[in-house]
Design a binder for this molecule. Structure first.
Ligand code: BEZ
Length: 202
């Protein structure tokens, strides 16, 4: 299997975390793509017409995307505890949390492009403020919910840890921990997992 990703991509990091958690790292050849929305990577586009990473090419030529599909595929390849619960409330709770984490990331990556790639004259401060509000609302919800996470490790809690890691990586000045002590304490604990330590963005 070949994984197109990038050291800075949080969705790529989520896949790498799952590879570590499932003991499958050695099964995948990692290819770091260099791309932006304005400068796509040819090899990625050949595998995924959307030109987005992460993209996992299987040995039979099938390409899987996006990160949710790749993570669930990988979870079917190992014998350990499932990261995607099989069914029932536990499954939908894990999927909901993953959706919340991915929503934070979609918003944060959009903000990154807006504030880094888009020429200053074309930036839209009201849009930027609204996106930051969206992230703040999601973090406030997590502050209330995270006491219930306990020691739970599944695709939902791992995805939240990755989303918080991306905020530290690209939006440290926004200080997401301020006013959110429970979430900060939960994050400090989960960030010690080897899968998260081995995949810090860079
Ligand atoms: C970043 O540099 O923040 C980034 C890189 C790849 C995908 C998304 C974000």
């Amino acid at each position: 299997m070949r994984l197109h990703t990038s050291p800075a991509s949080p969705f790529g990091r989520k896949v790498m975390v799952v590879l570590h958690e499932t003991g499958l790292v050695a099964e995948v050849e990692r290819r770091d793509a260099s791309l932006t929305p304005l400068a796509p990577d040819e090899a990625v586009c050949a595998a995924n017409p959307l030109g987005k990473i992460p993209c996992l090419e299987l040995d039979d030529g099938t390409a899987l995307y996006d990160s949710r599909v790749i993570c669930e595929y990988l979870d079917g390849l190992h014998a350990g505890a499932r990261l995607f619960p099989d069914k029932g409330p536990a499954r939908f709770e894990a999927l909901r949390l993953q959706a919340l984490a991915d929503g934070i990331l979609d918003t944060a990556v959009g903000l990154r492009y807006e504030t880094f790639l888009r020429p200053e004259a074309y930036r839209w401060p009201e849009w930027i403020a609204a996106q930051k509000q969206k992230i703040a609302r999601a973090l406030d919800r997590l502050e209330r919910e995270c006491a219930g996470f306990g020691e739970r490790i599944d695709i939902g809690t791992l995805a939240i840890a990755v989303a918080l890691g991306y905020l530290d990586f690209r939006f440290a000045a926004d200080r997401w921990r301020d006013g959110r002590p429970a979430l900060a304490a939960w994050q400090a604990q989960i960030a010690e997992r080897p899968s998260l330590r081995a995949t810090l963005p860079g």
